[in-house]
Design a protein around this ligand. Structure first.
Ligand SMILES: *Cc1c(COP(=O)(O)O)cnc(C)c1O
Length: 364
């Protein structure tokens, strides 16, 4: 029981048979298969949060006039459950996700879910779907997707008076298939994902929708991810469509774009900053121009670039491509710091490296 809310649990009577589930867990593709249950909490303007429940996974009954379908009033989170070698199940910094979701909710005029209720919702789901958390091998985890939608049936343009918080979960393997090899990045010169005072800092569906045109362009040019520059001047590097960026310089110092309101506050970014500082490596959060990065790549001053986020953890970045130029070596190798930070972070998450900052929370 949390915040006065007790979860009513209805077990699925059509859960996947063990053999079928185990087969999925051998090599789960990202976001394709889902567990047997889902968490739902209702919210109304009059009653606040109520009716917390665990239900069998299935389609959402929704009126075609539901506000989310028309005006995109929606937010989400991404967090993982890691099975440790002793079989226990843990998640990583859930309070940070809860707080970020509250900020996203505030920006998108949705109700803020209390932190305890967020963490309890993860616990409730793991309680019924623990068998879906893969064994700790080959970077497998259970990816958990909490989200909130405007559920009022009304076409008027105003903040909905009815909303739903939901949690679904999907067993996943490595985000990028083919091991830790550097990804090529498409630099978007004709589209931006976030403007000043816009929604760039909120984890909201529209930001992703806005990034897809450039992503298609990236795919056509052999790139799997897109780098966005600031919308106002196209001068400063912000981030990828769903990952934050770090640059490692030859003299050892590290730079990441500062959070100026248009960049998503990645929890992986924050954790990586802490791990870098723990090592005594100087790290700067500041504005980074595209020109500086081009010059750094060309002069050899920048020796490693990596992107980070919950889904892909830490991913080395190779070439930067745009319609104007290709920057960087043809055969990039993952950088030393990139690989070592990745090992340390995943080590902590899987319980194999000491959790010095108490980032893990046991779910089951
Ligand atoms: C979710 C997300 C990130 C990464 O955040 P994490 O908390 O590290 O997973 C970075 N950029 C964008 C745009 C995102 O949506």
């Amino acid at each position: 029981m949390t915040a006065g809310l007790e979860f009513k649990v209805t077990k699925s009577d059509h859960a996947k048979p063990d053999a079928e589930r185990e087969e999925i867990l051998v090599n789960p593709a990202f976001g394709v298969n889902f567990t047997d249950h889902t968490v739902v909490i209702d919210w109304t303007l009059e009653a606040g949060w109520h009716n917390a429940r665990v239900e069998p996974y299935g389609p959402i009954m929704m009126d075609p006039s539901a506000a989310v379908l028309h005006y995109g009033q929606e937010i989400f989170e991404g967090i993982k459950a890691y099975r440790h070698d002793d079989g226990s199940i843990h998640t990583f910094r859930p309070t940070a996700n809860a707080q970020r979701m509250q900020k996203s909710a505030h920006r998108m005029a949705l109700p803020e879910l209390p932190t305890e209720l967020f963490v309890e919702s993860l616990r409730q789901l793991i309680q019924v779907d623990a068998a879906w958390v893969p064994k700790p091998e080959n970077e497998k985890t259970l990816y958990i997707r909490p989200f909130e939608i405007a559920a009022e049936n009304f076409l008027g343009v105003r903040a909905a008076h009815r909303a739903e918080y939901r949690v679904i979960a999907s067993p996943v393997g490595p985000y990028f298939t083919g091991g830790i090899k550097p990804v090529s990045i498409w630099v978007a010169l004709d589209s931006a994902r976030a403007g000043k005072h816009g929604t760039g800092e909120a984890k909201t569906g529209g930001n992703y929708a806005a990034s897809l045109l450039a992503q298609n362009e990236g795919y056509e040019n052999g790139c799997s991810q897109v780098m966005f520059l600031d919308a106002e001047s196209a001068t400063y590097i912000e981030e990828l469509g769903g990952m934050n960026l770090f640059f490692v310089y030859k003299d050892g110092h590290v730079v990441t774009p500062s959070l100026d309101g248009t960049i998503l506050r990645g929890i992986t970014r924050d954790s990586v900053l802490t791990l870098i500082r723990d090592r005594g490596i100087p790290v700067e959060e500041r504005k980074v121009t595209y020109d500086e990065v081009r010059a750094g790549y060309n002069s050899g001053d920048i020796v490693e670039v990596f992107a980070c986020g919950t889904a892909a953890v830490i991913t080395p970045v190779g070439q930067l491509k745009s319609r104007e130029e290709i920057i960087g070596p043809e055969n990039p190798q993952p950088g030393e710091l990139t690989v070592s930070l990745r090992q340390e972070l995943t080590g902590i998450q899987y319980g194999r490296v000491a959790d010095r900052h108490n980032w893990l929370v046991k779910l089951g």
